[in-house]
Design a protein around this ligand. Structure first.
Ligand code: PRP
Ligand code: ZN
Ligand code: MG
Length: 210
């Protein structure tokens, strides 16, 4: 039996479930349940917060997982990456209030920026030689400028509708992301065999979609 962690609800959830089903794996998914077993493959599925998935896979609580590269790289666990999955594409971007003056990245010198991705943001600012005050918050980042918490935000953009509905304007791309399959690095022989079988099926699904 191999244990897979996927996002419980969010941008990755539907496409993660779709990929598993396209691999020919059947399971019941009640939205209230945090755990389910496949009926035709030795697979257990855990439904978790995406931010928790890399840590659980690193610790071996889950054997494998599907997460965004944004979360994986922010947490410094890119060594767990096995395969890019090509869905849930998004970008980590800097955004300012619609009316704010902005020329280039140096406009953020000395300003405060709210984000849930302090490491990716710091690396980007350092590469540009800009010093800013990073406020790490775990959610509702988009609201920060309008309540006076920060001058700018650095958050995930997919369709862009969250930015628009909060009166924000995207000004820089910090990191590009897509879903990735990750695995614990000390899987036993049986789990490794199951992972190989899953990879084989995923590659067939990807080939069929091209
Ligand atoms: C991100 C981001 C916004 C949303 C943007 O959250 O924080 O809430 O997606 O998408 P949009 O451009 O299509 O409006 P995410 O799904 O990464 O997960 P979270 O719940 O962990 O913040
Ligand atoms: Zn998250
Ligand atoms: Mg969000």
């Amino acid at each position: 039996m191999i244990r897979l962690a996927i996002q419980k609800s969010g941008r990755l959830s539907d496409d993660s479930i779709k990929l598993i089903r396209e691999c020919g794996i059947s399971f019941l998914s009640a939205s209230s349940k945090l755990k389910t077993e496949a009926t035709n493959f030795p697979l257990e599925i855990l439904f978790l917060r995406d931010d928790d998935i890399p840590g659980y896979v690193a610790d071996g609580v889950a054997d494998i997982g599907i997460v965004g590269q944004n979360v994986l790289v922010e947490e410094g666990l890119q060594q767990l990456s096995v395969k890019n999955l090509g869905f849930s594409k998004c970008r980590l971007s800097l955004a300012v209030s619609k009316g704010a003056e902005y020329g280039d990245i140096t406009s953020l010198e000395g300003k405060s920026i709210a984000t849930s991705y302090p490491n990716l943001l710091q690396e980007y600012l350092t590469s540009k030689g800009v010093q800013a005050d990073i406020h790490t918050i775990s959610g509702s980042v988009e609201i920060a400028p309008s309540i006076g918490l920060a001058d700018a935000v650095c958050d995930i953009v997919s369709s862009g509708s969250t930015l628009i509905s909060n009166g924000l304007r995207e000004v820089e791309t910090v990191f590009k992301s897509e879903a990735v399959l990750i695995a614990n690095q000390n899987l036993d022989a049986e789990k490794n065999k199951l992972l190989k079988q899953l990879l084989f099926r995923m590659e067939a699904v990807q080939r069929a979609q091209k």
